[in-house]
Design a protein around this ligand. Sequence first.
Ligand code: PBG
Length: 331
Amino acid sequence: MAFPTDRPRRLRSTPAMRRLATETRVHPADLVLPMFVRQGLTEPHPIDAMPGVTQHTLDSLRRAAAEAVADGVGGLMIFGVPEKRDAQGSGATDPSGILNVAIRSLAADLGDATVLMADLCLDEFTDHGHCGVLGDDGTVDNDATLGRYAQMGVALAEAGAHLVGTSGMMDGQVGAVRAALDAAAHPQTGIIGYAAKYASACYGPFREAVESALHGDRRSYQLDPANRRAGAREVALDLAEGADMVIVKPAGWYLDVLSDAAAVSTVPVAAYQVSGEYSMIQAAASRGWIDLDDAVRESLTAIRRAGADVILTYWAAEVAAGRRSGRFPWV
Ligand code: PBG
């Protein structure tokens, strides 16, 4: 009988051996917590489709943000939900609009203790729910939208965002926002470009979280899930236009796209584990069908293994807190 000469199981024999031999660790400092703040709320409102995630009041946002930062998350990505919406998404550029107000308070509370990011997109603020403004023919007008993004970028920089997250998938958005920030004397405000953002079913729960007004879909601007090469092209464009970081989104179903981006990017690559990815795992775990902590660990580890330097995840604060308590010791 022939014995194996190569025995890879040696490196898997004990927890200590596995810890030493691991190729991939997830550290809370690499995680970004997405958070929702809603104008006019008097108390935090749980999001049905995202168990454990809430729409915050300004006050509860400030408390939860301070806690997450104290627990060690690497950054925060803030989304605003306005009371009133209109065709131009005026609330996005109004200094007293909810997102700008929230960024201003968080910047005052936290200073440079965290990386404060703001979603730069019109969809939460438009009455039609699209990520841009509409032309006369009812379709999204790319170039008119760039002007609105430029204004929104400057408003968010003035409110104190360190990074603005261009998530609308308009052509030329990174370049337009970069030029506007520089012209408005905000050369230090950075851009985290949603470079490869796919038109995904996984955004369903998010649309409840922001009470999206959208009818129809975003397939004329977000990427076709079938297209890997198109994702690489968008990453290259965001890099050429000056993005400081690029994002692949969603994360778990797009690890090939993420791996492509990581192979070529000259800036950090982030992946966004989106609402549907979160909610699918939460739902299965709540029925006892999968183990929550194991699934959280494996999903985040896989995203990192594929090449993400940074991960946006709704579990960021739990993972950071769990590192101390021993629930998530795997750093
Ligand atoms: C658009 C935006 C979306 C998400 C983040 N930014 C929704 C969309 O494109 O429909 C989704 C995030 C998630 O699902 O967690 N501003």
